[in-house]
Design a protein around this ligand. Structure first.
Ligand code: RIB
Length: 336
């Protein structure tokens, strides 16, 4: 493997309470899009640097274990208040996901468990408190980092970070900004930034909010008309659709019965980032991301990914790369 170039991830850490697909409540888990995507990169062979914010009740052990595993946590900022980002997810047996968990799904739980299912992200102010700001990015990194990743951020923060990092040396990949911020005028809001993003990594559930009545092709065409570069569309169990210039590829998902799908999309983004840092072509990078995601769905505690050997991820990525194929249907009706 050639020496990877340095990568950085600027996103959130969180506490998550989840209803797993089998109905089990899993409460107070450490999580966050920056945590899952960093671990996705790590098990894909590249230790990233992280920019994030943690509250004073966030377990110090998490940051220490990441640092010991080779992840640079020097730009993790501690704030003097309770950790602001708490999310709740219900993963449905059919692969769907609800966030926050609706009240009727909490009805049968005891009071202590139910109390863990408070979701702070319905308040955009709280989400922004836990999100990184441009000022937290060390100046030296603007020259040193070859590839940046921004996981989901509130729209205002996403814009500020894209503006800051598009002037940096490295390439920029981002997830979709928070869907709740796109509802009124999704294309207009995305138009501000998509032209500055080298690799845009939304999911089909983002597309459902961006344009619920349109086909996947129609959304892609519209985003491309707005200046989007390469689009890498995460489609859950249907795999990943890559639209890169005139080329379209479909990378299948590894067939797993997920124990807890929380973090899969972010682990994909981390693996994809690692693949690019390792100089892989875009299809191989997506296969690496899909392999990382398949390990993420098999754990409930993200830190269990520290026990996954990059060679295991690599082997699975090879299988997925071999099964990837050019995808022409996107021009005719999408992958739905
Ligand atoms: O990818 C899932 C992660 O994104 C959100 O930030 C949640 O907190 C969760 O841990």
């Amino acid at each position: 493997m050639s020496t990877p170039t340095p990568v950085a991830i600027c996103g959130s850490f969180s506490f998550d309470s989840v209803i797993a697909p089998d109905g089990r409540p899993l409460t107070g888990k450490v999580g966050g899009n920056a945590l899952w995507s960093s671990l996705g990169a790590l098990i894909s062979g590249v230790a990233p640097r992280i920019v994030t914010v943690v509250g004073d009740d966030y377990p110090g052990e998490v940051v220490e274990r990441l640092q010991s595993a080779g992840i640079d946590t020097s730009a993790v900022a501690r704030i003097d208040r309770a950790h602001p980002v708490r999310l709740t997810f219900a993963h449905l047996p059919d692969g769907g996901r609800l966030q926050p968990v609706p009240a009727h799904m909490l009805a049968g739980m005891d009071a202590a468990t139910r109390a863990q299912f408070i979701d702070t992200t319905t308040d955009p102010e709280t989400l922004a408190l836990g999100a990184p700001t441009p000022a937290l990015v060390p100046d030296a990194w603007l020259d040193e980092i070859a590839h940046w990743h921004l996981p989901l951020l509130p729209l205002v923060r996403h814009r500020a970070m894209v503006a800051h990092l598009s002037g940096a040396r490295g390439t920029l990949q981002t997830d979709c900004p928070a869907r709740s911020d796109l509802l009124d005028a999704p294309y207009e809001r995305l138009e501000h930034t998509v032209g500055d993003i080298d690799y845009f990594l939304p999911s089909t559930s983002d597309f459902d909010v961006i344009d619920p009545d349109a086909t996947i092709d129609a959304v892609i065409v519209r985003l491309r008309d707005s200046g989007a570069g390469t689009i890498v569309l995460k489609a859950g169990a249907d795999g990943v659709l890559i639209v890169d210039g005139a080329e379209r590829w479909l990378v299948p998902a590894h067939p797993d019965e997920p124990i807890d799908p929380t973090g899969a999309g972010d682990a994909f983004c981390g693996g994809f980032l690692a693949g690019r840092a390792r100089g892989l072509d875009i299809v191989a990078a997506a296969a690496l991301g899909a392999a990382a995601a398949s390990f993420a769905v098999s754990v409930t505690d993200p830190l269990d990914l520290l026990d996954v050997a990059p060679s295991e991820v690599e082997a699975r990525a090879h299988e997925l790369r071999a099964a990837a194929h050019p995808h022409v249907d996107v021009l005719q009706g999408g992958i739905q």
